[in-house]
Design a protein around this ligand. Structure first.
Ligand code: AMP
Ligand code: GLY
Length: 447
């Protein structure tokens, strides 16, 4: 029996906790959380609450709990160097050290890595540390996306036509960004459909899990502001309705080459999750960004259908033996819908902007899975905080059935809540298929 330390307090980590305690090794789970998650607490032998910057407290807890290894859920502790601190204390961790976590924390590091090693997937881009030359570059590109360097909680990216219109406005935004960030990337705006490919890496071998599509926009029909993700789906085919096998293969090949490049660049093996956000465009599969962790909500699509023992996978990541076994997932479709406070994601001052806290009732959710995120369990029941509250997941033979299970469960949660009823529905998916078809038809390759 092993003891395992899990760091993180969201629904992604609740799904990780469940995958860990399902293991045939019967591990003891120890959870370090910024705020208490009642779902994780229920899975854990012991819980410790504390900040993700308190590396001393985290390593002390890892030692006290005699953890054999740790797994890090969110990006903040990775960015704070928790994996390096644990390593110094003799405790290996699934997740990159601070230097390698730049794959997520520095968009410039990653774009530059692809360019330096001749790895395909970059759009046209340039990094600016000052305003010099920006105006001319903005004139060169038709439409642009602006990305601050550094972590922004998935909300710092500005897209032309959505967040601003003219090159003049782009210039103003870039100047503003430079007052708070070391640099800003201006890149070509791509058109296509996005997919998340969460890959496992031991630094030598990279293995893909089934592709998932997330929905970042707050409201149905992909309208409203960007959020951390309102829900996601995956298919029983382990493809997506608008993706072919070659698209997934390309995403995996890019990720394998990036893992190789990271090793050549730093001399360190990347042991952890490499989650590529890709877009299929008229000129092939392009990289939008990498995350150095599982996706939230996307972890909730793949971990519940994982058939291989998750603890064995973690050990293979740490021991460099991923190439030796096959990782299996059930041939099931999944739909995840996030239950959020009505005001979630709305700008401050908006009449519906998040109330500080409100109580919710969880009714009969049928055979859906339920993963807690930002909730507070009090004597009188479950209260939401201001962020995403609960992920409900339907798992079934087909997408249509999985959607029904998730939707019914979402409807059983009442209070000042909201969710996106369109995620996983036929109507929305057809929109995606038609969008992709129009793009592929334009290329004339007929795929
Ligand atoms: P990121 O934080 O890098 O995931 O970006 C947030 C969102 O912005 C992505 O999910 C995309 O929808 C969009 N985005 C980022 N980069 C581009 C790009 N080069 N072209 C079009 N959309 C983009
Ligand atoms: N689903 C987006 C993310 O985890 O960053």
């Amino acid at each position: 029996m092993a003891n395992i330390l899990l760091i993180g307090n969201g629904a992604r980590e609740h799904a990780l906790a469940e995958a860990i305690i399902r293991s045939s090794h019967k591990p003891g789970l120890f959870a370090y959380m910024k705020a208490n998650n009642p779902g994780i607490a229920q899975c854990a032998e012991k819980v410790k609450l504390g900040g993700y910057g308190d590396l001393r407290q985290i390593t002390d807890f890892a030692r006290e709990s005699r953890s054999d290894f740790a797994i890090v859920g969110p990006e903040d502790p990775l960015n704070n160097g928790v994996v390096d601190a644990l390593k110094s204390a003799g405790i290996p961790a699934v997740g990159p050290g601070k230097l390698l976590a730049r794959l997520e924390t520095s968009k410039f590091f990653t774009r530059n890595l692809l360019e330096k090693y001749g790895i395909p997937g970059n759009p046209r881009f340039r990094n600016f540390t000052s305003a010099a030359g920006m105006e001319a570059y903005l004139d060169e590109l038709d439409a642009v996306v602006i990305k601050p360097d550094g972590l922004t909680g998935g909300k710092g990216v500005l897209v032309q036509g959505e967040h601003f219109e003219t090159p003049r406005e782009a210039l103003t935004h870039c100047r503003d960004i430079l007052t708070g960030h070391p640099s800003v990337i201006i890149e070509e705006k791509l058109d296509g459909e996005e997919f998340s490919l969460q890959c496992l890496s031991d630094g030598k071998t990279v293995v893909a899990t089934p592709p998932v599509q997330d929905h970042k926009r707050r409201f149905p029909g992909d309208s409203g502001p960007n959020t951390g993700g309102m829900g996601s789906y995956s298919c029983e085919t382990h493809l997506l309705p608008f993706l072919n096998e070659q698209d997934v293969k390309t995403g995996l090949e890019i990720t394998q080459r990036v893992a190789d490049a990271i090793y050549r660049e730093t001399g360190e093996h990347y042991r952890g999750i490499m989650y590529g956000g890709f877009m299929v465009t008229k000129s092939g599969v392009k990289l939008i960004e990498y995350n150095a962790r599982f996706g939230d909500p996307e972890a909730m699509n793949i971990l519940p259908i994982l058939e291989t023992d998750f603890v064995d996978i973690c050990k293979a990541i740490l021991e460099g033996t991923l190439s030796q076994g096959k990782i299996k997932f059930a041939d099931k479709a999944t739909v995840c819908k996030y239950i959020v406070p009505k005001g979630y994601g709305l700008p401050a001052g908006h009449p519906d902007a998040a109330a500080a806290s409100s109580k919710i009732e969880i009714g009969a959710i049928g055979n859906a899975r339920l993963y807690y995120s930002s909730v507070d369990k009090r004597d009188d029941g479950i209260h939401m905080t201001s962020s995403r509250a609960i992920g409900v997941v339907g798992i079934a033979a087909t997408l249509a059935e999985a959607e029904k299970i998730a939707e019914r469960a979402a409807g059983a949660i009442s209070g000042q809540v909201d969710h996106r009823p369109d995620i996983g529905t036929r109507e929305l998916i057809e929109k995606r298929i038609n969008h992709m078809k129009a793009i592929r038809d334009n290329t004339g390759d007929g795929r």
